[in-house]
Design a protein around this ligand. Structure first.
Ligand code: SF4
Ligand code: FES
Length: 482
């Protein structure tokens, strides 16, 4: 591998590595706007300029590849890069001044304030001064459909959003129109981003506040938000996400890209906007037994008195939950899996599975058998199984499977449903216990590709509501003698 020198550090990288990426590997973050690892580099913003010894002009590090080592001298230093020379500092200050020429000073009302690259780089690399005496360009904000709003005054024409709709989501709804000072990012007349199931990603990609989400706009200043690493529950991909929350309320979900994993850069709008589901509107429902409020101890006593127990675990919960729930079953063969949701594959490169059951693999590894519910129905009807415990979320089960689950619960002498909020199916069980939602607990899953992915508790569950794993552990335990 060729050796390059970045400031005083020598390192070997694969030939063709972009200088910007090589700098990152030694902890030097080159400021950039238009570069994005999942998009074609275009070098429009000029913010990533570096000095390369022997070259007369500064070079854009996002488009400059490291050359191969010479065959006759493989140990030679092929490139010497300076990232903090006076020429580089001068260029960055100049670029910042250009980018800010038309940018309004509306940070106090801009949703991007606090996570804006213009703010950050202006502070780190700008001159702190502007020679712009002319009137700034003005546009009114526009809706790009129901999900996205554009404020063209703030746009710095990095074209990340345009390239995303062309190269990733494929609809090509966004374009760069006009020329020179009139340049603007817009859509073809009459087009919106409403039909784009991945449109929300343009908001994450926009390094400034030009593209904002109708859903999040003006709802919370970002510096009040805490970000908890989690995963999306949308599909078996278990896409890593950030849960942004404050005051025990989730405000938004964002992708949490993993180093070297291009498929983790984007999430669909369906999973992005699913957070509302996890903000509880009402107080947590109480444990129920035969239609009347009761206590956990009474439910456990009723379950333990019922006879041989089978468990049905929906594979949308964590592995710890699966393990503990499995312990409640009278024998390892009496662990059944449920959940049959599938998702449409829109971007095959990013969606390597159509399975809508997040942790099917983790449940399977813990002995839960999917597709065997008819067998369980037979055992219940034959009296071999007396009690059934169902871990369930109605959103991940089809009407057909719900009907089958209902028959199993009705046939059992005793049935217990564990749910975040009671569904019609859960209400039909003999007993019902509330559980924490996945944003209210920490656990891990094994995704479709066999990768272990952890998620952490973002908000507190209501008082008295516990994670499935803790609840199931106590359901399996023999109560202490009084
Ligand atoms: S709207 Fe944002 S992402 Fe799109 S070109 Fe302008 S600054 Fe870049
Ligand atoms: S990041 Fe290199 S020119 Fe924009």
């Amino acid at each position: 591998m060729p050796t390059i020198k970045i400031n005083d550090v020598e390192l070997s990288v694969a030939p063709g590595t972009l200088v910007l990426d090589a700098c990152r590997t030694v902890g030097i973050d080159i400021p950039h706007y238009c570069y994005h690892p999942a998009l074609t580099p275009v070098a429009t913003c000029r913010m990533c300029l570096v000095e390369i010894k022997g070259q007369p002009k500064l070079a854009t590090s996002c488009t400059t590849p490291v050359p191969p080592a010479p065959k006759d001298n493989p140990d030679a230093v092929v490139m010497e890069v300076l990232t903090n020379s006076p020429a580089v500092a001068d260029a960055r200050a100049g670029v910042m001044e250009f980018l800010l020429i038309n940018h309004p000073l509306d940070c106090p009302i801009c949703d991007q304030a606090g996570e804006c690259k213009l703010q950050d780089y202006s502070y780190d690399y700008g001159s702190g001064d502007s020679r712009m005496a002319e009137v700034k360009r003005r546009y009114r904000y526009e809706d790009l459909g129901a999900k996205i709003v554009i404020d063209k005054n703030r746009c710095i024409h990095c074209t990340r959003c345009v390239r995303f709709t062309r190269e990733i989501s494929g609809g090509g709804e966004l374009i760069v129109a006009q020329r020179g000072a009139g340049l603007e990012v817009t859509t073809y007349t009459g087009k919106t981003l409403d039909q784009n199931p991945y449109a929300g990603n343009v908001v994450d990609l926009c390094p400034v506040g030009a593209l904002t989400s109708r859903d999040f706009r003006f709802r919370k200043r970002v510096w009040y938000l805490k970000s908890t690493p989690s995963i999306s529950r949308h599909s078996a991909l278990g896409s890593p996400i950030w849960i942004d929350h404050e005051g025990n309320r989730v405000y938004r979900l964002r992708p949490r890209p993993l180093e070297g994993k291009e498929t983790t850069h984007f999430i669909s709008d369906e999973e992005r906007y699913a957070y509302g589901h996890y903000n509880r509107a009402d107080a947590a429902p109480l444990p129920m037994l035969k239609g009347a409020p009761t206590s956990f101890d009474d439910v456990r006593a009723a379950l333990q008195a019922a006879g041989s127990v089978a468990v049905i675990g929906q594979g949308t919960f964590g592995c710890d939950a699966a393990q503990r729930l499995g312990d409640v079953a009278a024998s390892p063969e009496l662990r059944y899996g449920s959940g049959d949701r599938t998702i449409p594959v829109v971007l095959p490169k990013y969606q390597t599975s159509a399975d809508g059951i997040l942790n099917r693999r983790g449940f399977t590894e813990r002995g839960f058998r999917f597709g065997a519910l008819e067998e369980l129905l037979g055992k219940v009807q034959a009296g071999e199984v007396k009690a059934v415990v169902l871990l369930h979320d109605a959103a991940f089960t089809s009407a057909k499977e719900t009907e089958l689950l209902g028959r199993i619960l009705q046939a059992a002498s005793f049935s217990l449903a564990l749910e975040v909020t009671p569904s019609d199916l859960g209400r039909s069980a003999t007993a019902w216990l509330p559980i924490a939602s996945y944003v209210e607990e920490s656990d891990f899953i094994v995704n479709h590709d066999g990768e272990l992915r952890r998620y952490q508790k973002a908000i507190q569950p209501p008082q008295g509501v516990r994670p499935v794993a803790a609840l199931a552990r106590d359901l399996a335990a023999v109560p202490a003698a009084v």
